[in-house]
Design a protein around this ligand. Structure first.
Ligand code: 4NP
Length: 171
């Protein structure tokens, strides 16, 4: 249970368009925290460094791959805004370009350390470096591969936060 002694941890997943990678990460992470009964300890959202698809539904293959894995996904695209930097505890960029854009737009140096790479928390596939491949220009296979990558990294990220914030000791 969340109380005044256990502040909610706020996590924002960010990609370029907020229709493929970051909403998929948001859906997967929500699923993981629900499974761990930690949903009251988190607030989770996603956004894009661009506003190109603002207000539009997520990509059909993002929705398709989540549905195929029985992971609920809802919401519409929105761009990152300046208040996100203050609001969120973790801002997780899907690739190095997103990370650089987030750093460039950061309104204060005190928030810069919140901006991290999603794949800092992925230990299995070292070939990719820090970039979650963008499936937007490819086919459905790309979305499946990204789903696997994001499942691994979301799992590792949750383990990291649980240790850092002492969540494994909460009842
Ligand atoms: P995302 O993928 O950043 O993972 O949502 C993209 C979505 C849209 C575009 C590029 C990448 N676009 O060029 O519109």
């Amino acid at each position: 249970m969340t109380s005044k002694h256990t502040p909610v941890i706020k996590v924002l997943f960010v990609c370029l368009g907020n229709i493929c990678r970051s909403p998929m990460a948001e859906a997967i992470f929500n699923h993981l925290i629900n499974q761990a009964s930690l949903q009251d300890s988190f607030y989770v959202d996603s956004a894009g460094t661009s506003g190109w698809h603002e207000g539009k539904p997520y990509h059909r293959d993002t929705q398709g791959v989540c549905e195929r894995h029985n992971i609920p996904i809802t919401g519409t695209s929105r761009p990152v805004c300046s208040t996100d930097y203050k609001e969120f505890d973790f801002i997780l960029a899907m690739d190095e370009s997103n990370w650089s854009d987030l750093q460039s737009c950061c309104p204060s140096p005190k928030y810069e350390q919140k901006i991290k790479h999603m794949l800092e928390f992925q230990v299995k596939d070292h070939i990719l470096g820090l970039n979650v491949p963008d499936p937007y220009y490819g086919g459905y296979d790309g979305f499946e591969r990204v789903f696997t990558l994001l499942s691994d990294s979301c799992h590792e990220f949750l383990e990291f936060v649980k240790k850092e914030r002492g969540l494994e000791f909460r009842s």
